[in-house]
Ligand binder design. Structure first.
Ligand SMILES: Nc1ncnc2c1ncn2[C@@H]1O[C@H](COP(=O)(O)OP(=O)(O)O)[C@@H](O)[C@H]1O
Ligand SMILES: [Mg+2]
Length: 296
């Protein structure tokens, strides 16, 4: 299934985003979903509906080309390892001083089929069959050089086929465990996080979990706390542990989640403070669309 990205409609969407940032008011934007880092916007055009994920602004063409190449490789490698990924295209426009604004664009898939939602609306039998399919997919895909952020909100179940959505941050490493992603660029909304070598090392350890099945599962299970789906944890643990050499306990999940939630809360708080500072003291528009606070 190929995807034809509607150029003029996207250019118009980007103008709306610019306007929202200037006015510091994103209430007029049609938001399809919230991730930890980005807002996903809905775009209706040509009788179709698209999910548009705005990327951090690239300072030059070279940084952008490298990103686009790594996304292509990521999509190809995930497919080779048996994962169904939502067809994804990159749209871009060049602005003043050669800076590039780009979006990852996918067709909008039915939001009511988002797995984090189905885990609420369907019964335990569906949850168990979902999790069995999920374990197969994750185990086949994840590799020390190929990572997955497998939270329930990153999958849509269409006709019994789990489709992975969250590819805009390609998780790939070289043989020496170095991230191929332009980590600095992707954390431009968190400049303080990457200010020195110590923090770069910290970022590495934040990413570690995505590159091994056990870490991916811990992250998935931990996030069920955030989604208020705690009652499913024992059910899923039984299924997961039937396959793992080193079992995961409910206490592992809880303590993982406490650490993870604390980290994201801190990040959200610091970003909100930075936004206040930029707007009120420096009187500059804050250049990112932030998701609202999450109740953890
Ligand atoms: N193709 C799509 N169709 C429908 N909803 C989507 C699509 N892509 C993303 N979403 C919605 O947006 C949310 C965040 O998207 P995601 O790609 O996971 O970005 P992030 O990296 O910010 O988590 C998803 O959880 C989902 O609710
Ligand atoms: Mg996501």
């Amino acid at each position: 299934m190929t995807l034809t990205v509607p150029h003029t409609a996207l250019a118009r969407l980007e103008e709306q985003v610019q306007d929202a940032l200037r006015r510091a008011d994103d209430s007029a934007l049609d938001v399809l979903g919230y991730g930890e880092i980005t807002l996903v916007l809905r775009l209706r055009a040509d009788g179709d509906s698209f999910a548009c994920k705005r990327l951090p602004v690239f300072p030059d063409r070279d940084r952008f080309e490298r990103y686009r190449d790594s996304l292509d490789v990521y999509l190809r490698r995930l497919a080779e390892r048996g994962l169904t990924v939502a067809p994804t295209e990159v749209w871009h426009t060049t602005g003043p001083r050669g800076r590039i604004t780009a979006y990852c664009v996918q067709r909008e898939l039915p939001p009511e089929r988002l797995c984090s939602r189905l885990l609420h609306t369907e019964g335990e039998a569906w949850a168990k069959s979902f999790f069995a399919r999920f374990l197969d997919r994750v185990d086949a895909a994840v590799h020390p050089t190929l990572g997955l952020d497998a939270q329930a909100s990153n999958w849509i179940d269409v006709d019994g086929e789990l489709t992975y959505l969250d590819v805009s941050t390609p998780l790939m490493r070289d043989e020496r465990r170095r991230e191929l992603l332009d980590v600095r660029l992707f954390f431009t909304s968190l400049p303080w996080l990457l200010r020195d070598a110590v923090r770069v090392t910290m970022a590495t350890s934040i990413f570690d979990k995505f590159y091994e099945t056990r870490g991916v599962l811990l992250d998935f299970l931990g996030n069920l706390h955030k989604e208020h789906l705690d009652t499913l944890i024992p059910v899923f643990l039984e299924q997961a542990n039937a396959r793992l050499a080193e079992p995961i306990t409910a206490a592992d999940v809880a303590s993982y989640y406490r650490g993870d939630a604390r980290m994201w809360e801190l990040i959200q708080r610091l970003r909100a403070a930075d936004r206040r500072w930029q707007r009120t003291v420096r009187r500059k528009p804050y250049p990112f669309l932030l998701p609202p606070p999450v109740d953890r």
